[in-house]
Design a protein around this ligand. Structure first.
Ligand code: NAD
Ligand code: DAU
Length: 340
């Protein structure tokens, strides 16, 4: 099947100062020289302008602002070829402690963006998560596909599901020129220390025992964030309008296995961690079948050696303490208050 190639010269990347959005900005600057990027980011606790520092000023501009700001979003949609939407409240545990910001940013923010794109005929790519599909049993031979029914479990994933539904409805009813991607768990540099892998790495650097939820058998399907970026670019430029593409790299592992790989890298005993209170509603297993993306768009992941990617990620956190240190104490204080 051949698709028309979309060749944007200017794109807005929302959430481009966060973990995955900033990786995408670096990816575009490095791999696609003719494209100018405007980052729209509110710089919440999860956003850091350092993530895009040093990129050429004639290629990347940072606009500090809220995706719920209609006038600002409208101006940006009018003056760019595409919006690639990463900005979100992204952490499940935070959504359980306080869902309100998730509704505002993830639902109202998406609505604001797609209305602006509709008004100006701007191409829109919606970055979403495999969590919209709920979870699978550990022994279920199935994986998520584009046809799996939505069954989100947490306030976070339900707001992401709501945002996906808005995009689908805007495509069908208003002819919005949009694509959607649902990706599995990302890892790599610049991930906030609230998330599983960076939390355990930075705990070990600090001489603190890692913390494992529940029975440690929950499975996540890990993908290097650089592979997520190359997939989003492929979908933006070659994907069919109105289609959803699942992104994954066949990286299923249970949490205790990942934790023990990290412990080994620090020369620590395999049982040198604390069991802590489980996450309420904790999804058991995620698993992505990305064959549609591979078949239709010819995408393949490049970072298929998880052990090597994890070792590089550990080295990055060891070398970049100044980046993560300011967030560490407050993050751990929040977890301690929750018994985690
Ligand atoms: P993150 O929390 O690291 O970054 C989110 C960014 O969005 C931050 O820079 C923050 O300042 C910005 N932001 C938040 N609210 C905003 C608002 N109202 N206006 C403008 N900017 C705002 O998140 P992440 O882990 O990089 O995730 C990025 C996207 O990818 C999210 O949509 C998430 O649902 C999706 N996703 C994440 C993963 C994962 O493993 N982390 C996997 C699949 C999909
Ligand atoms: O699947 C994609 C999703 O992956 C994204 O949509 C989310 O934005 C992203 O945060 C991530 O969600 P998870 O909830 O899977 O990621 P998290 O890093 O919070 O946790 C990964 C697993 O590790 C999960 O089973 C919970 C567990 N965990 C987490 C922390 C922080 C622990 O056992 N201990 C911990 O300290």
């Amino acid at each position: 099947m051949t698709n028309d190639i979309f060749e944007p010269k200017s794109i807005v990347v929302t959430g481009g100062c966060g973990f995955i959005g900033s990786n995408f900005v670096h990816h575009v600057v490095r791999e696609h020289p003719g494209v100018k990027v405007t980052v729209l980011d509110k710089l919440t606790y999860a956003g850091n302008r350092e993530n895009i520092a040093g990129l050429p000023a004639d290629r990347v501009e940072l606009v500090v602002g809220d995706i719920c700001d209609r006038d600002l979003v409208n101006d940006l949609a009018a003056s760019h070829d595409a919006i690639v939407h990463y900005a979100a409240e992204s952490h499940n545990d935070n959504s359980i402690a306080n869902p309100e910001p998730f509704l505002r940013t993830n639902v109202e923010g998406t609505y604001t963006l797609i209305e602006a794109c509709r008004a100006h005929g701007t191409r829109y790519h919606h970055v979403s998560t495999d969590e919209v599909y709920g979870d699978l049993a550990l022994d279920d031979p199935a994986r998520f596909t584009e046809e799996t029914p939505y069954r989100p479990s947490s306030p976070y994933s339900s707001t992401k599901a709501a945002s996906d539904m808005l995009v689908r409805a805007w495509v069908r009813t208003f002819g919005l020129k949009a694509t959607i991607s649902n990706c599995s768990n990302n890892y790599g540099p610049y991930q906030h220390v609230e998330k599983f892998i960076p939390r355990q790495i930075t705990n070990l650097i600090d001489g603190v025992r890692p913390k494992l939820y529940g029975d440690g058998k929950n499975v996540r399907d890990w993908i290097h964030t650089e592979d997520h970026s190359s997939a989003v670019w492929a979908i933006l430029t070659k994907g069919r309008i109105g289609e959803t593409y699942l992104i994954g790299a066949d990286g299923e592992r249970d949490n205790i296995t990942v934790l023990r790989e990290i412990l080994k890298a620090f020369g620590r005993d395999a049982d040198d961690f604390d069991w802590v209170r489980d996450r309420p509603g904790h999804d058991r297993r995620y698993a992505i079948d990305s064959s549609k993306l591979r078949r239709e768009l010819g995408w393949e992941p490049a970072h298929t050696d998880f052990a090597a990617g994890l070792a590089e990620t550990i080295a990055w956190y060891r070398d970049n303490e100044a980046w993560w240190r300011p967030a560490k104490e407050a993050t751990e204080a929040r977890y301690a208050a929750q018994g985690q």
